[in-house]
Design a protein around this ligand. Sequence first.
Ligand SMILES: Nc1ncnc2c1ncn2[C@@H]1O[C@H](COP(=O)(O)OP(=O)(O)O)[C@@H](O)[C@H]1O
Ligand SMILES: [Mg+2]
Length: 300
Amino acid sequence: MAAPLLFVPSDPLAPRVPDEHFAREAEAARDAGLAVAVVDHDAVVAGELAAALRRVPASDAARTAWYRGWMLSSSAYARLGSAAETRGIGLLTSPAAYAAAHELPGWYGTFAGSTPASVWLPWEPGRTPTSADVGPLIEALGDGPGVVKDYVKSRKHEWDEACFMPDLSDLATATRVVARMVELQGDDLAGGIVVRAFERFVSDAGGRAQEVRVWWVLGAPVLVTPHPDAPAASDVDVPADVLDAVGRSVGALGAPFVTTDLALRADGVWRVIEVGDGQVSDLPGGQDPAPLLRALAAVG
Ligand SMILES: Nc1ncnc2c1ncn2[C@@H]1O[C@H](COP(=O)(O)OP(=O)(O)O)[C@@H](O)[C@H]1O
Ligand SMILES: [Mg+2]
């Protein structure tokens, strides 16, 4: 069977070639036997489906495709799927599988024993949550510190203002931090509000958890990288039994291309901080993408 296609975003200034951010991956993809086709990211987001795939050659029809590109909302990814379908191309990650891996409520149940306790509430961008919204939401988490994010992303760079809550029993402060997260996400707020129990992880000099990103293709760990934000974690080894356990959850999730960000808790237990769809997870800058693209090319 022919190797799948790889869709990558086009360069906005040179729409026939891959965006510079994905150029090395596109090259590695071709070396691995994948045909590369560019998609117009802005057109996908805007719902201009014919324009989105206008540079995909007709000869690439009737095939399957992976995507490696900028993060898409679950609904934008579904639009990419529809656009591909009209060209006779099936995305190897279905829109349902994408949403399951991309949004915390989609993957939380599958990873519940190995990730911080979490609650969530669907929320519209632009509405300001009050203590009457936040109180009932966080009640089940009890006291102690917490963090807030939307279904996909946090405001970790505005940690004290819009991410970290020192004590969830202090409802006024928790409400202020949750409301600030909603405000700063603006129209980009994905899905709703997630509040998670804070756990203490082994951290780097800057106080940030040292995360290791494991890349899974069809349930197999094909690459382990530092987290793009924390290259210091490159020398951290994940024990085989931990990888096995996480792999079982990845298999149960059912999405074919997944990343898991793992961190060692201060008490020595490995935890899953975050799950993502591998198609939109960032690779650290210096990382050789070849092993990843070879694994994607091997899927027929
Ligand atoms: N439950 C938690 N306990 C402790 N630290 C956390 C927790 N959740 C997130 N963090 C910290 O906040 C950072 C951002 O959270 P994350 O869920 O990965 O959001 P993002 O999608 O913005 O990367 C993580 O890299 C980690 O350092
Ligand atoms: Mg993260």
